[in-house]
Design a protein. Structure first.
Length: 312
């Protein structure tokens, strides 16, 4: 099998404890194996659920632990749902005494058109992706703050960034994770806690039904893992950022604001309509990376940016 690691591993994770959720297969398994190979003590979390949620199978996480141990690494299985994130973090504390990295990777799909979507479709997908990532990160947060170190990687999706037919539940949850990562990057900055989001594309059971087989062949999960590992390393200073990764390609994604139109007085919809071309003109644009940099009417009106004071 081709190795995606042609050079020696200078990015080590010795003495680091890494939680990878949904690590029993697909992307999470690839991440867990690489972290372990680089010296990390890994909590391999996986409920072993069906691709659409529901059910559980403890052997899924345990199989990856066995793989890691067979290769000389250290890992423990956690078979709780990410909805019980505190139990997953407790497993890290019980077995390894700390938690340095959280990769929020567990996920399910319940694709259906919005017209046919039930509350259960909406709730279950949001519970696993958004609430699950919140629960694990929130349980790890006090440990990361106390030790002055933490790395959090959220798995988002191009479905969230751009929208995706039949995935309103999933897209909403995935977009929520970008906001969560960006906010944790702000609240964690003073304690060396970095948080980023990556939108992967990889062959897995989640994509087997939506991508053609010749495309799936070039989308090995191992092409996504280097981004997760690099963003999780102690030398990284990258935070609050968003990347698309897969098939040997990686890029960064950012927001873009047009120069926009400014009205000195209250204005009508008709007056707005008359200046719509200015509102949507990207020929002169800006790429704000914080609320302080965002151009708002407040800035135009008062000459001051709309800065929200950080809370302790
Ligand atoms: P996968 O289905 O191969 O792996 C997901 C794992 O999460 C499964 O082993 C499953 O048992 C586990 N899981 C599900 N619910 C859980 C829960 N409540 N608690 C703990 N574990 C649970 O999927 P894949 O493709 O590896 O996806 C990993 C992540 O990457 C997901 O968040 C997915 O949304 C995201 N992603 C994947 C893309 C792809 O192209 N494969 C595209 C965009 C995002």
């Amino acid at each position: 099998m081709m190795t995606p690691h042609p050079t020696h591993d200078s990015l080590r994770f010795d003495d680091r404890v890494v939680i990878v959720t949904g690590a029993g297969q697909g992307l999470g398994r690839s991440h867990a194996l690489d972290f372990a190979r680089r010296g990390a003590q890994v909590v391999v979390n996986d409920l072993g659920s069906a691709a659409s949620g529901g059910g559980s199978d403890r052997s899924v996480a345990q199989a990856v632990v066995k793989e890691i141990e067979a290769a000389g690494g250290t890992a423990v299985a956690s078979t709780d749902s990410v909805e019980d994130g505190d139990k997953i973090v407790q497993a890290a504390m019980d077995h390894f005494g700390r938690v340095d990295v959280v990769v929020n990777n567990a996920g399910i799909l319940r694709d259906v058109s919005f017209a046919k979507m039930t509350d259960a479709d909406w709730d279950q997908v949001n519970q696993v992706h958004l609430r699950g990532s919140y629960r694990v990160s929130h349980a790890a947060w006090p440990h990361m703050r106390a030790q002055g170190f933490g790395r959090i990687v959220m798995k988002t999706s191009v479905s969230g960034i751009y929208g995706s037919f039949g995935q309103a539940n999933y897209a909403a949850a995935k977009m929520g994770l970008i906001g969560l990562a960006q906010t944790l990057s702000l609240e964690g900055a003073s304690r060396n806690i970095l948080a980023n989001a990556i939108a992967p594309t990889a062959a897995s059971r989640l994509t087997a039904t939506v991508l053609p087989s010749d495309v799936l062949d070039v989308l090995r999960p191992e092409y996504v893992t280097p981004a997760v590992v690099l963003l999780s390393h102690e030398n990284s200073n990258v935070t609050g950022r968003l990347f698309e990764v897969g098939g040997g390609w990686i890029c960064e994604v950012r927001w873009e604001q047009t120069e926009g139109a400014y009205f000195e007085e209250l204005f009508s919809a008709e007056q707005l309509d008359a200046r719509w071309a200015e509102v949507t003109d990207f020929s002169r644009s800006r790429h704000a990376t914080s609320v302080a940099e965002v151009k708002t009417g407040v800035l135009e009106r008062t000459g001051r940016p709309m800065i929200l004071a950080p809370q302790p």
